[in-house]
Design a binder for this molecule. Sequence first.
Ligand SMILES: Cc1cc2nc3c(=O)[nH]c(=O)nc-3n(C[C@H](O)[C@H](O)[C@H](O)COP(=O)(O)OP(=O)(O)OC[C@H]3O[C@@H](n4cnc5c(N)ncnc54)[C@H](O)[C@@H]3O)c2cc1C
Length: 329
Amino acid sequence: MLARAGFRVTVVEASAEPFAASASRYAGAMLAPDCEAESAPDIVRTLGHEGIKAWRDIYPGVVNGGSLVVAAPRDLSELTRFKSQTQGSQEIDAERLAELEPDLAGRFSTALFFENEAHVATPAALAYLLTAAKAAGASFHFNAEVSKQDNATNDVTIDCRGLSASHDLPDLRGVRGERVVIKSADVTLSRPVRLLHPRHPLYVVPWGDDHYMVGATVIESEDDGLATVRSALELLGLVYSLSPAFGEAEIVDIGAGVRPAFPDNVPSIVLKDNGTRIYVNGAFRHGFLLAPVLAVAVVAFLETGESDHPLVKPQKTSPATAFRGQIDG
Ligand SMILES: Cc1cc2nc3c(=O)[nH]c(=O)nc-3n(C[C@H](O)[C@H](O)[C@H](O)COP(=O)(O)OP(=O)(O)OC[C@H]3O[C@@H](n4cnc5c(N)ncnc54)[C@H](O)[C@@H]3O)c2cc1C
């Protein structure tokens, strides 16, 4: 978005391969502001709707099929609770569920349908964003890090290092998320399905080409080590209970990412050094959903010096109009 707005953009990435060391590669990636409202503050839902709209404008691969929430018969009270804590759903019966997802026919008597939600297949979406950023003129340096000396006088550093920025942002913490990617030709789902459970809620996101992302644990830990047996059992057990036909699925990948999060679990744009260092961080479970909203806010700040966006943390001294006129670099 910065490159498209006319800024000269250099992306400096520590990993040798794109996305190799990121939390982003582990995401669903559901664009689910209404469902996420179950546990997220209201601002995530309101700005999340802007995020979905932006994704639809940016990326042709957005799947606009909505999302479904189901619960096993013994957990139906979870469905009632979920409905009461969210907005924007329709309660549907077994017949409508079978129309939407024929492979779930007969498995659940009722479900919640969030028609306005969407999702993207993470690997394809990330690859597209990289290509689009290059096409817009951004240059990329992999296996590299920014040092203070690299900055020319007028440069602004936008620090998006995720959890690696925690030395500079002391209230940033990591929240571990494990997920499995499976491949099954025996089950077809067209949209994300959340299976509620009192202890281990799970979701399955169809990535196309018979691939499904099954996620995700939410563990207060910065450990980015391999997925544990316990988590694998939870994830695979629940996907099997969603549909036993998943029993023959192949396990393609299993791993854990660490989501960067602030205490309120809401992403923030933190301005430092009089606005010449801009931290964009704390995306928690909403990095895909809110990335375009964060980007728009950064562009607006650099173009106008205005910092009244709800995700921008107020700074003590105003950047005034420091960046006006630098659009051409
Ligand atoms: C299992 C799981 C499921 C998720 N599902 C969803 C979902 O369905 N929808 C959704 O919206 N969000 C989801 N998320 C959340 C989302 O993935 C995160 O919010 C998002 O990835 C955070 O992105 P980020 O760019 O801030 O951090 P990262 O993706 O971690 O990127 C940080 C980058 O900075 C680089 N870096 C670190 N240090 C340096 C340095 N010194 N110099 C240069 N580069 C450096 C890293 O190599 C990395 O590439 C999920 C997360 C997980 C783990």
